[in-house]
Each structure stands twice: as structure tokens, then as C-alpha cells.
Design a protein around this ligand. Structure first.
Ligand code: 0RQ
Length: 496
């Protein structure tokens, strides 16, 4: 480990997981690295082992965003999580949150580091961080994500480091670490172009706070890459056609950077870029980099790709590590308060694309709560980008659950993004640019162009009765606004 722990005094801190995890007891606030990737594994496994042996304790767990099976999966199965913030996407954790067994608050990801610095989240008792190296001066080089780690490291009473041996030291230099100032003395974040580097390639750390270092050979749970299906490809095509048209008409500069949330649509959209000659040189100012970005870099189509994390499939990971020196010229990993900063997103004029569970006829969006009550994953970074992008798209297949659910409904059962934050609604059926339409025009266009034909008549019937019986700026029949949801909950199908 000598070449990884280059600050010699810290080599004495190498220990075993059981000894290291003794710093975590009942009620400890544990702040971990991780933003879809780059989360610690050894300490969570040890905590789960202790719980399985019958120790009765609970921790409050804070990360950058979602983690993998070894954190959210394992720790929720062993029932040792009291609080979890800010975002998760694990099935068991989701169940426990919905049962009220785990406390969860759905936050905009860009805001968390500042809240921790203000003391709003309580004391940072222990930070557990996955790293690839400790520099000669005792600073930390994280692995495949940055998330909130710089702030967690700065404010922690104690730091435990998991020194990863499954990620190459070649990652050094890919990160750009900058902690912005806080109110009332907040100055502008000096980032003016996607490719700008404004900080240091490591996280500043006080080595005296390090209480333990573990050797880790564990890997992130890799994303499973599936070739994009027909619906995501169609949605990607509609978006690119629309943006190309706006650019040709000079209504949108050709150099604006793109953000696409995680998932099928984002991979599909990026793969559409590959065979599109119009988009020859693209900037990505996003939060997560997925497989398709490597293909685009190989094709010479990426000018710069900025994010807070890389979530790759096993195959893409190998390819990335093999030629990391080349990919590093294009990829920058930043703290999430920079990758998702409303100020920077506004300044750069990001084209934002995020996924909805359901959208209503007036363009309000639910991304997080199934049938209004059951949490799915969380808002993640979608609010940061949708509200502040130069042009923001909300996408969804027009139906879910084999057609039993319409993703276009009279009124969304939970609101994450209001009509004021979203510009364009897209399903595989079509696209509606709401920017210059009145709410009534939006409703008519969404029903006509975005709703699935199986639901168009039902939606039209609702809207026209609301229009004639109630009228107003956004006509609604309040007694019936959730009739689609109610019907689904009673009969298993939103259709009559
Ligand atoms: O259910 O898992 O049981 O099959 O929701 O839906 O179509 O597979 O789509 O994986 O892209 O997820 C909005 C959840 C979409 C996600 C959401 C059911 C559907 C399926 C998943 P099954 P799909 P996706 C980046 C930015 C918010 C956060 C965000 C998300 C399951 O994109 O969490 O954007 N977004 N973060 O059957 C009931 C509906 C439904 C529905 C779909 N209307 N009602 N169930 N489903 N629509 C992340 C970070 O910030 C790091």
C-alpha cells in the first residue's frame, strides 16, 4: 500500500474492519462517500455482521446519493438504519422507508453539503470514505465519485478510509475539488465552461482525524448495461430532432452542454448522438457518466464531460481503466454541489433531460411517489437541473405496468417539478413544447401528442368537462382529479 498511502505517518493506521468499525456505535451519524459509485464496502459489511450477531444499534446514514447493494441493501436488510439521506434506489430500503421504519427526507442533491456545513444535519461523527490514494501531504484522492465527500471529510470528527485496490491509481487527476463559500459571504463559483477546472485534484484532509485505514478489494455493484429499447430510443430521437430544429432556427446556441439523468432514456439519447452528424462536438454537464459517454469520447464527439460520478458496467469499467490516461483528458469529477449547482447550470445554459413517473395535463411532474404515497427513489438531481436548465425536458413512456397505468393523468398525485420548471414534455407518442402555450393549450397538446391512444378519450373527457363546468386558467374537476389513480387502486387498471 506504500504507493497508495504516500503520507507515511498514516500507514500506522492500517487495521481490520472490526477494529475500525468500533468507532461506530448506536446513534452515530455516519457520513459516507458515494454517489451511485465510490461508496465504502468493508465498514458496511462489518456493521451488518455485528447486527447479525445480535448487537442492537442504529445509525444515521448520509451519502452523496444512492449507493449499492453492500450499503443500502445490506444495511436496510439488517435493520440498522435510523435516518437515511439524501437519495436511494434500493428495493429493501424503499420498502422500509414506505413502512416508516427508516426516516428519509427527499432533498435536492445540490444543497446538502452546505446544509452539513451549517450544522443542519447534526455532527459529522464519522466519515467513511473510499479512496485510491493519500497524497504525500496527507490529502485524499477519492474513487469513482465525489458527491459530498469534501465537506464530510472537512467536518468529520473521525475519518475511516477504505483504500480501494480495485480502482487504479490512474484515477488521480480526474477529480476537481472545490468547496464554495457559504452565505452571507458567498462569492460566485468561478466555473464558466464545462471543461474548467477550478479546484484541486484531491480532497483536503487533516490526517490527524484519520482513525483507521482498511485495505479493500471490493468493487462497486456495476450497472447492468442493456441496449436501449424501442421507447427510450424513440424519446431520444424526438429530443434530438427538437433541439436540432431549435438550433437551426438560431433559438438555441449549438454549444450548450447536456445533462441526462441516469437510466435507459439517457443512455439511448447519448447513443443517438453517435449516429447524428449535426451534434459533432458535445459538452456534458451532468451528474453521472454512463457507458455511452466512453463510446462518444472514442468517436471524438465529446469536448468535455463533467459529472459527480461514473457508473459503468463491468465491461466499460475495464475499458475505462485500461485507457484511463486518455479518458481523463475529457472527464472531470466534481463535488455534487458544483455538478448540480443551480448557479452554474443557469450560467452554462444546460439542456436538461430527466425522467418522470407521471405528468399531468398541465405539465406538473411527479418523479418520486407512486400513486401519491409510495416513495420510488427520490428527486435526486432532477430538480437542480430542471429548474435551472436553459431548456428542460421531462420524459416518460406514455404508459406503465403493461398499459394499466397512464403516465399522463388529469392531476399528478405528488408534485416534484411544477409547470414553471419544465419546458418540454416527451413520451414515445410525441413531444410538447409548453414554453409559449397557455395551460389550456398545454392540456390539449399533451392529451393529443403525449398521451397513449388508449387513454386519450378518457383524458379529453375529463378536460372538456372541467373546461365547461368549471373553467378558469387551469380547469379541474376537484372531485375527479385523482379518478385515474383511484380506479387503478381499486381495479388494477386506470382504464374504465
Ligand atoms: O416498475 O421496477 O416494478 O418494473 O417504475 O420505471 O420505466 O423502468 O424507468 O428506471 O427510468 O425509472 C422516475 C423512477 C423512472 C427514475 C424513475 C414503474 C415502472 C417500473 C421504473 P418496476 P422505468 P426508470 C439522476 C436523476 C427521479 C430521480 C432522478 C427516478 C419503475 O428515473 O427515480 O431523475 N427519477 N434522478 O413500472 C406507477 C407510474 C409509473 C410507475 C413507471 N406512473 N406509476 N409505477 N412506473 N411509471 C439520479 C441521481 O440524482 C443520482
Amino acid at each position: 500500500l506504500k504507493d497508495r498511502i504516500r503520507y507515511a505517518p498514516l500507514r500506522d493506521k492500517i487495521t481490520d474492519p472490526a477494529t475500525a468499525a468500533r468507532h461506530i456505535v448506536d446513534g452515530t451519524n455516519v457520513f459516507i462517500s458515494g454517489f451511485t459509485a465510490g461508496y465504502p464496502k468493508m465498514i458496511p459489511m462489518e456493521l451488518a455482521r455485528r447486527a447479525e450477531l445480535g448487537e442492537n444499534f442504529k445509525i444515521n446514514l448520509y451519502a452523496g446519493a444512492s449507493t449499492g447493494e453492500l450499503v443500502d441493501g445490506l444495511l436496510s436488510k439488517t435493520d440498522i438504519i435510523n435516518w437515511r439521506r439524501p437519495y436511494m434506489s434500493d428495493r429493501t430500503m424503499r420498502e422500509k422507508i414506505n413502512q416508516g421504519k427508516v426516516s428519509f427526507k427527499d432533498d435536492h442533491l445540490s444543497r446538502l453539503s452546505a446544509l452539513v456545513r451549517s450544522g443542519d444535519w447534526g455532527k459529522v461523527d464519522v466519515a467513511v470514505i473510499e479512496a485510491v490514494a493519500i497524497t504525500e501531504k496527507g490529502h485524499l484522492v477519492p474513487t469513482m465519485s465525489v458527491g459530498n465527500t469534501p465537506t464530510y471529510v472537512k467536518y468529520a470528527d473521525k475519518i475511516i478510509i477504505e483504500m480501494s485496490e480495485s480502482e487504479p491509481r490512474g484515477l488521480e487527476g480526474i477529480h476537481d475539488i472545490f468547496i464554495p463559500e457559504d452565505p452571507p459571504y458567498r462569492m460566485p463559483i468561478p466555473l464558466y465552461r464545462t471543461a474548467d477546472r477550478i479546484g484541486k485534484p484531491f480532497i483536503e484532509m487533516n490526517p490527524d482525524k484519520v482513525v483507521a485505514i482498511l485495505k479493500s478489494g471490493e468493487k462497486d455493484t456495476c450497472a447492468v448495461f442493456q441496449p436501449p429499447g424501442e421507447i427510450p430510443l424513440r424519446i431520444g430521437e424526438l429530443i434530438l430532432d427538437f433541439v436540432r430544429h431549435e438550433m437551426k432556427k438560431d433559438r438555441l446556441p449549438k454549444t450548450l452542454p447536456w445533462q441526462a439523468g441516469v437510466g435507459d432514456v439517457s443512455n439511448a439519447l447519448l447513443s443517438r448522438f453517435m449516429d447524428d452528424d449535426f451534434f459533432e462536438s458535445v459538452d456534458l454537464y451532468s451528474e453521472v457518466i454512463q457507458d455511452s459517454v466512453l463510446d462518444l469520447i472514442d468517436m471524438g464527439k465529446i469536448r468535455a464531460a463533467s459529472a459527480s460520478a461514473m457508473t459503468l458496467s463491468e465491461k466499460a469499467r475495464e475499458r475505462f481503466f485500461k485507457e484511463i490516461y486518455r479518458y481523463k483528458e475529457k472527464i472531470i469529477l466534481r463535488p455534487v454541489e458544483i455538478s448540480n449547482s443551480p448557479e452554474v447550470i443557469r450560467r452554462l445554459g444546460v439542456i436538461a433531460i430527466n425522467t418522470a413517473l407521471e405528468v399531468d395535463i398541465y405539465g406538473h411532474v411527479n418523479s418520486t411517489h407512486v400513486m401519491g404515497s409510495q416513495l420510488m427513489n427520490g428527486i435526486g438531481g432532477s430538480g437542480d437541473f430542471e429548474r435551472n436548465g436553459a431548456l428542460s425536458f421531462m420524459v416518460t413512456p406514455s404508459m406503465a405496468k403493461n398499459g394499466a397505468i397512464s403516465a399522463i393523468v388529469p392531476m399528478v398525485s405528488h408534485v416534484d417539478h411544477s409547470e414553471h420548471s419544465v419546458d418540454v414534455i416527451v413520451t414515445e407518442q410525441g413531444l410538447v413544447d409548453t414554453r409559449n402555450l397557455t395551460p389550456r393549450q398545454v392540456a390539449e397538446a399533451i392529451i393529443k401528442k403525449c398521451a397513449h391512444p388508449d387513454y386519450r378519450d378518457l383524458l379529453w373527457d375529463y378536460y372538456s368537462r372541467a373546461l365547461h363546468k368549471v373553467g378558469g386558467h387551469e380547469p379541474h374537476l376537484l372531485g375527479e382529479a385523482f379518478s385515474f389513480h383511484q380506479r387503478f387502486m381499486e381495479t388494477g387498471d386506470m382504464k374504465m
